[in-house]
Design a protein around this ligand. Structure first.
Ligand code: AMP
Length: 249
């Protein structure tokens, strides 16, 4: 089966984001950017399915600036076969990303599209669901296990208070949760090899998708600072403090 994997270039998860002075967004100047961690899990899952002989080809897709090529090269170095960059310098919202991915799916005809459950920059958790709706395909979101067989795939989902297993008819959309797998690091020889793997560059207009924004960001602000804690000497003192502050009556 052919797999499409969506990878987004985001601010690295180790970086503490700084809000721009004018509150219009997060400052990305000179900030380390990496592949969205849930997308690394998506690439890893695709590679494992290929190693098991289930998947035959893995195509990684990213929508973003020219620098998103680096993210795609990482996917190729991990083990994807080829990559497609849909290049734009605009900020692209989940609906536009989903529309572009749906068009790529029309062209590529994959049996499964694997995405992260959310991108850690905007935390939208929307693209996979919108993509499934646009394509009319079944979806297995928040996957902690993916088990394809024949023309179906069983997806175990992390839901509140437990696990749910859904049995989907292929083609299907799957979004990854944290416990699905632990992504591999690309080895140096594979990083070198990835440089010569095919990477096609397209634009949103090639797919006839209008990426105009529908959402307006009104204000971005830092979370409020945590107050310093206090130490108490005894349980009685703790109870007094809790009464004083109104935490207990
Ligand atoms: P979101 O709905 O924005 O939280 O993103 C969910 C998932 O959709 C991500 O983990 C990616 O797999 C995919 N995705 C979102 N934006 C992009 C993008 N610009 N390029 C490629 N994949 C994306």
């Amino acid at each position: 089966m052919k797999l499409l994997v969506a990878v987004k270039r985001v601010i690295d998860y180790n970086v503490k984001p700084r809000v721009k002075m004018d509150g219009s967004g997060v400052d990305l100047a000179n900030v380390k950017m990496s592949m969205n961690p849930f997308d690394e899990i998506a690439v890893e899952e695709a590679i494992r399915l290929k190693e098991k002989g289930v998947a035959t080809e893995i195509v990684a897709v990213s929508i973003g600036p020219a620098k998103a090529q680096e993210t795609l090269r990482t996917a190729l170095a991990m083990g994807a076969d080829r990559a497609i960059l849909v290049q734009t310098d605009e900020e692209v919202e989940p609906l536009a990303v989903a529309k572009i991915l749906a068009k790529v799916a029309d062209e590529e005809q994959p049996q499964m599209i694997v995405l992260g459950k959310q991108a850690i920059d905007d935390d939208n958790n929307a693209t996979g669901q919108m993509l499934a709706a646009l394509l009319g395909w079944p979806q297995g979101t928040f996957a902690s296990k993916v088990d394809p067989g024949g023309d179906r795939v069983k997806v175990t989902r992390e839901v509140d208070g437990g696990l749910e297993t859904v049995d989907l008819k292929l083609p299907a959309v799957v979004t990854t949760d944290l416990r699905l797998n632990e992504p591999r690091y690309a080895s140096l020889p594979n990083i070198m090899k990835a440089k010569s793997k095919p990477l096609a560059t397209k634009s949103p207009s090639d797919f006839g998708v209008d990426t105009a924004r529908r959402l307006e960001t009104l204000k971005v602000s830092e979370p409020s600072k945590r107050q310093a804690g206090i130490k108490v000497g005894s349980v009685d003192e703790l109870i007094d403090k809790l009464r004083e502050t109104g935490v207990v009556g």
